[in-house]
Each structure stands twice: as C-alpha cells, then as structure tokens.
Ligand binder design. Structure first.
Ligand code: UD1
Length: 350
C-alpha cells in the first residue's frame, strides 16, 4: 500500500516507517521537523539498505506543517495524477508535552486539532478514508489500579489529553457520517520506551526530558547528575509509580497490523490499547536498567509530581485478539536497546 505517515520523523513515527517498509509498503512522510530530525528517516533507509531490503521507492518526504492545507492537497493530488493514490494515513503529527500544553492550550488545539481537521478534509476530498490515529492512554480517568480497558471512563486532565480526545471524537463523528466509507483505528499508547536494536533509531528529546526513560539514559550517560523518583508513597508494590512500558518496535509493529486489520475487515472505527498488560514500578525499571547495562544511576526521592497517578496498566486483550499482536520484547530488551541508542548517539541525530 501507499501510506502517508504524518510526523513520520519522530520517535514512534520513524520506527513505524521502518516497520512499514520492511513489510513492503510504500511510505510518504510529511513532517514539520519542529520536534524531530530528518536524519531519522535517513537512518531508516540505511537500515533497509543494510538488510538488503532497499526498495526502489525509498521514503518520499515532504517538509511541511499539516495546518497548510494547500501543501497537503498538492501532495494527494500529485500522487493521484501519478496513477497511484495515497491509500491510507498513519497520523502521528502533533505536539506532545503535557507541561507545555498546560501553559499553551491554544497552541495545542491549533496544532493538534487544527491540523487533524485539515488532514481529514483533504483525505475525504481524495477518497482516502483509512486512518490509524496516534492516541494515548493519557485520555483515561483514574483506573483504581485495575488494568485499563478501552471502555474505561475517558477523563483527560491536561490540554494535551483533551486534544487527543477531541480528535478521537472528530473521527467518531466522521465515521458516523459515512460508516460505509471510513476505516479508523485509534491506538491508545501506554508508555513507549527503548529503541531499535541496531542503536540507529531512538528517542531524541529536545531540552530536559520529562518522561522517565530518556531521563534515565541521560543520567546514565552523565548528561544529568541524578534521577529523581516522584513519590514513594503510591499504593503500589514498592510505593513508586507503576506504568506499562512497551518497546517502541512492538508499538511500531502494532501500527502496521492495525492498518492491515482495517483494510482486511469491514468498515469500522475501533479503539485499541497498545501496551504489554504488565505493570512495572519506577524502582523496577531503574534496577533492570542498572542490571542489564551494568551501570549506576544516582537517584533521590522527591514528592509526587502534580497530575501523576499511581498505576496505569493496559488491558491489551482487544488488540491482541483483533490484530493477532503480542508485544514480544522484554523490559530487559527495552533497557538494553535504549541504552545502546543513547551511547551511540549522545547528541541524538546531530
Ligand atoms: C506522561 C504524561 C502523559 C503522556 C506520557 C507520554 C504526565 C502527567 N503524563 O505519562 O500524558 O501521554 O507521558 O509518554 O506528564 N517519573 C519519575 N521521575 C522522572 C520522570 C518520571 O519518577 O523524572 C515517574 C512518574 O512519576 C511515573 C513514571 O515515572 O510514575 C512514568 O512517567 P512518564 O515517563 O512521565 O510517563 P507518564 O507519567 O505515564
């Protein structure tokens, strides 16, 4: 298939492009590079070449902001004129900092929701009505420490989360307006970490990371002095926060399977949790990272982070059933691959 990947140069996007190309799909990436680097896509091509999987088409790239509807229209039109239209979209593009969203809600609504409206309008115009959307577990309300199912209460607590819910609602409305035309999957990610096992692709956050894993790897590399654990009084196994960490390549493969599932089944809109179903505490993650990489991580405890919750773990049974998907890579593998990426690329893609 010919697939447009918005935000394809980012962390999850670049790993998904690799998974799509390895599966024989054609990939067009549109990315504004405000929070990513085009080098990631060159690395994807290098990886394909080194595996003798070089496709004559490679990756076509378009550097643009999705809010520019004209550029999007031209992209769809050009491919239609070439006789091979864009058949489906995987939509990653968007801003993703929770803290930034609290201070700049208008920016988040404009970029995340505004660009999605443009994208969907153009898709509709060109009869391309298959989309996999990058949603998040952040949309769920508190779970009482039970694994979260797709029908768990939706109750986001920050503008980043509300924009994800708004886009899901928009997709729902669109589906209901033409249920015989649209095929839509909202993939709700839990906590993606790790990197491609080659160490060629990984997460390259700009500035001080707010998520746990890049912070740990930067402390391990000596870029930051110590790791701070936000709270040791949560009602969890060891008092530290529990999350469902998933290897980014398992997540990437989940996207490919979701797309193929949509194409091979009847028209539908489906919400799927992509997580492993296993809860890991902050201390367990730290200890695993230290053990498998034989490296020390200086740490201290502080009070709870505002807006945090104790435990967020997926019930992934629906995704497992529909997609015939099982996340295969262990926590150990996530830590080994993530550290390899950091060690080989101390300054990210620069
Ligand atoms: C965070 C966001 C969530 C977003 C997700 C993306 C918040 C409140 N939530 O989720 O909306 O979808 O990232 O990946 O920001 N921790 C520490 N020290 C640190 C960093 C984190 O102890 O320096 C702990 C946290 O308290 C938590 C766990 O590590 O228990 C995971 O934190 P993080 O990586 O920020 O992810 P989430 O909080 O799950």
């Amino acid at each position: 298939m010919k697939i447009l990947v918005t935000g394809g140069a980012g962390f999850i996007g670049s790993h998904t492009c690799l998974a799509l190309l390895e599966r024989g799909h054609e990939v067009i990436v549109i990315d504004s590079y405000v929070n990513s680097n085009s080098q990631s896509l060159q690395r994807v091509v290098e990886l394909l070449n080194s595996n003798n999987l070089n496709r004559s088409t490679g990756i076509e790239t378009c550097s643009a902001d999705l809010r520019d509807e004209k550029v999007l229209d031209q992209l769809f039109s050009a491919h239609e004129k070439l006789g091979k239209s864009i058949e489906a979209v995987i939509h990653f593009a968007g801003l993703k900092s929770v803290n930034d969203s609290v201070h700049n809600p208008l920016k988040y609504w404009d970029v995340n929701v505004g660009s999605s409206i443009n994208l969907l309008s153009v898709m509709n115009r060109y009869n391309c009505r298959t989309i996999v959307f990058s949603s998040s577990a952040t949309i769920y309300g508190f779970s009482n420490n039970k694994p979260i199912k797709e029908n768990t209460l939706i109750k986001p607590i920050n503008p980043y989360g509300t924009t994800k819910v708004a886009i899901e609602q928009l997709l729902n409305d669109l589906y209901n307006s033409q249920p015989d035309k649209w095929r839509i999957a909202n993939l709700r990610y839990f906590n993606p970490i790790g990197a491609h096992h080659s160490g060629m692709l990984g997460e390259a956050p700009i500035g001080v990371p707010s998520n746990i894993f890049p912070y740990i790897t930067q402390v391990a590399a000596g870029v930051r002095d110590e790791f701070t654990i936000f709270g040791n009084d949560w009602p969890t196994k060891d008092g530290t926060g529990v999350r469902d960490y998933i290897h980014v390549m398992d997540l990437a493969e989940g996207h490919v399977l979701a797309l193929e599932y949509l194409v091979n089944n009847q028209n539908q809109i489906i919400n799927l949790n992509l997580g492993t179903g296993k809860g890991t505490s902050v201390l367990e993650l730290l200890n695993t990272f230290k053990r498998v990489n034989n490296i020390n991580i200086p740490l201290r405890f502080s009070s709870r982070r505002e807006g945090d919750c104790g435990s967020v773990v997926a019930d992934n049974s629906l995704a497992a059933l529909c997609l015939e998907w099982t996340p295969e890579r262990s926590l150990e593998q996530m830590c080994i691959d993530g550290w390899k990426w950091q060690s080989l690329n101390p300054k990210g893609y620069i």
